[in-house]
Design a protein around this ligand. Sequence first.
Ligand code: 6GU
Length: 505
Amino acid sequence: MRLDVVTIFPDYLRVLDLSLIGRADAEGLLDLHVHDLRDWTHDRHRTVDDTPIGGGAGMVMKPDVWGAALDDIVCAALPGGAVAKAPGTPVAEGDQARQEGPRRVLVIPAPSGEVFTQRTAEDLAGADQLIFACGRYEGIDARVGAYYAACGVEVRELSIGDYVLNGGEAAALVMIEAVARLRPGVLGNPESIVEESHAGTGLLEYPVYTRPVAWRGYDLAATEPVLLSGDHARVARHRRDQAIARTAERRPDLIARLRPAELDAGDRAALARNGWVAPAGAAHPVPLVVRPAVDGDLVALADLAARTFPDACPSSLTPEQIAAHIAVNLSPQRLALWLEDPRVVLTVAELPQGLPAPPGETDAEALPAGALVGYSAVVAEILDADGALPAGLDPRPPAVSVPPGPDGAQALAAELSKVYVDARLRSAGIAATLLAEAVSVVDNMGVTALWLGTNAANRRAQKAYRHAGFRKVGTRTYEVGGSRCRDVVMVLHPQVKLPRPGRSG
Ligand code: 6GU
């Protein structure tokens, strides 16, 4: 690849002789030429600029000087031996054929250009010649770029970011380094290109560590035990989770551009933990908020509860039986009681910006801003002043043991009464996030046994609970609209941290 840089400060580009680029030049992997623009001036003062036509501050670089320089450089011999013809006369718009032969790109660094990204670097790395026309002052007369584009030269005006430099030299250095390291042989270890930020994954890179394991109070054995486990699959999952968390924190714009089809269940769960939901059919992830329910949620919550309950019922139940159950146990009155009761923790999952309809679907499939798409209810077994338990608390099955807390703290049981997610947002990590939130809430309440009953036939629910740390301890019967159903009873002891479940569950 031939690199030409035209500037009025050739010394500025001296740093290119150092480091990888210099070595690549010396080894013939790159063919680097830095030119002084003033070599193409003809007046005594070697003038390169003039005042702006139309008035205004600053100076503009002269098109005649740039034209003389670029005419020479655009037809320079390339290592392959090809010599281009002189640009000649511009062709009419519409039949601007690209020049045949080697791919030569004229790059004009300018804060008003398109933003240079890793994609741009990858594209430019495929060219045979890159010519950087570094402007100073207010920039280069706009006809220069227009002329070479009209002659069939590929012209790219590129900015390296939303800030202003005094000239294009520093920006050219940045672009050259980003492009050159993608060329074969320039970088020492080609694999390190694959994992780094902005390469293919669309995520920022995860944090990295090296020895010593403990340094100035930061002990990786305590904070990052997975990295020391030697379990490659777990290390990869952990790093990807960290990449997702970091990207959500620092570059939400990148999260909003991810493609859900390229995300696995672990990615979705990590996204949901970090405030995003990526439904399988959607074009892109959308923001997700998991928060305590408030009075204003009542109507939407009752609607969500009525909509999601039937999905979790065994097929043996009739619609009438299900409706009868909802009318009693998930009525707006019951939910209103829960909202007021400090012994009940109601959590909702909200899409603050809604969810656009999946590509190819009608707007009827879209969800509006503020839509509630999931909720959980935790009911603690605490008597009120009248000696009564909270409304809707199921009898605790005998299989559930309630141990005292650490240091002899009081034993306290709570029922995870509900965890429901809108069927359209299944497998998007919302249930796992609601569960994690519920566990953290009851942990803070001093609950020592969080138990639940879930339909024995509902395997996916049991699996999700197992993933959240629940273990099966027995069964119970549960009435839905007068019909007896068999439930599995599962328990989690928040104070006792379980070992991570292995592959076999
Ligand atoms: Cl390419 N040039 C200048 N002068 N300022 C910039 C820039 C380029 N990119 C960001 N700021």
